[in-house]
Design a protein around this ligand. Structure first.
Ligand SMILES: [Zn+2]
Length: 296
């Protein structure tokens, strides 16, 4: 963080282009195939039956895709790997933590004047930009689970997740083959239950932060600690950026004068990413990417 500061906030000039184009359109079938490949890589031999099932689905789906016979060949979004890598290099843990926060869209609440809230929106300037960010830290797995129970639950989650994804394509895996029969919608709830059982009491470790985008403010210690007396007493270069479509979208309505140059934390970054990517398929993208950490 300190190093980035000394860099005259060049990192913030990179931000608009990187986050505006962070999610790119992709066929859903490609995302499902990536999901399968990801699981095949991270699952060990204790999941041999799940792996065999995924391998069959992969072969069937690849064949349907190349013959153009997927019932609902819809589009979704995926993370642009080059931009994601650059963001990881430039922002380090700040980006990783922001993506962790974004793994559940429910972690970010934007408040508008029309939404009922216990917070006094007037206090935060533009009410469109009042954001509450929930961050969960700590061990990911419920340590009281036996190894057997853990394997069963993970297999269940994968089965439900793939059923869910295939359902969106108008497909169902049954009797060792793919059929064009959509699944019933209760799968999502069932998956949520199984994932909750795997997790280590997430509510107890969840912290709430307030982000005020117009004033580039977050209530977290990470951001506050950047503005030490030493820092504020130094003459810092003013943060300026070139006006482009991307910078307009990302920095619209933000006043950088109050604490210039601005620092950044995972909560502000997460709020900005979802602000400019409101339709990104955040949950699916990240829950899949994080599966290896669930298995440990
Ligand atoms: Zn913060």
């Amino acid at each position: 963080m300190e190093q980035l500061f000394n860099d005259g906030n060049g990192f913030l000039r990179l931000l608009p282009d990187l986050i505006t184009h962070l999610y790119v359109p992709t066929p859903l079938a490609d995302s499902v195939l990536s999901y399968i490949d990801n699981q095949l890589q991270v699952l060990n031999d204790e999941f041999s039956s799940t792996k065999a099932q995924l391998q069959t689905i992969k072969e069937d789906l690849t064949s349907l895709q190349s013959s153009g016979t997927i019932p609902n060949p819809q589009q979704t979004t995926r993370i642009d790997e080059d931009r994601s890598l650059t963001l990881s290099l430039v922002f380090g843990d700040i980006f990783t933590d922001a993506m962790e926060i974004l793994s559940n869209r429910e972690n970010i609440h934007f408040y508008t004047a029309h939404q009922p809230t216990h917070l006094d929106n007037e206090e935060f300037g533009n009410p469109q930009s009042m954001v509450v960010v929930y961050e969960t830290k700590g061990p990911k797995l419920n340590s009281s689970l036996s190894k057997h129970a853990r394997i069963e639950l993970i297999s269940k989650v994968i089965e439900l997740e793939i059923t869910d994804l295939l359902g969106e394509l108008g497909l169902k895996f049954s009797s060792s083959r793919l059929l064009d029969t959509p699944v019933a919608p209760q799968i999502t709830e069932e998956k949520k239950d199984a994932v909750e059982k795997l997790k280590a009491n997430p509510k107890a470790q969840t912290t709430r932060f307030y982000v005020d985008l117009p004033n580039w403010y977050c209530s977290c210690d990470k951001l506050q600690s950047c503005y030490t007396k030493d820092w504020l007493s130094q003459s810092q270069p003013k943060f300026t950026y070139q006006q482009t479509t991307e910078t307009h979208e990302v920095f619209q309505g933000i006043n950088f004068d109050s604490l210039d140059p601005p620092a950044i934390c995972p909560h502000i970054l997460a709020a900005l990413i979802i602000r400019v990517n409101p339709n990104a398929n955040l949950c699916k993208q990240v829950s899949l990417a994080n599966f290896s950490s669930i298995i440990d």
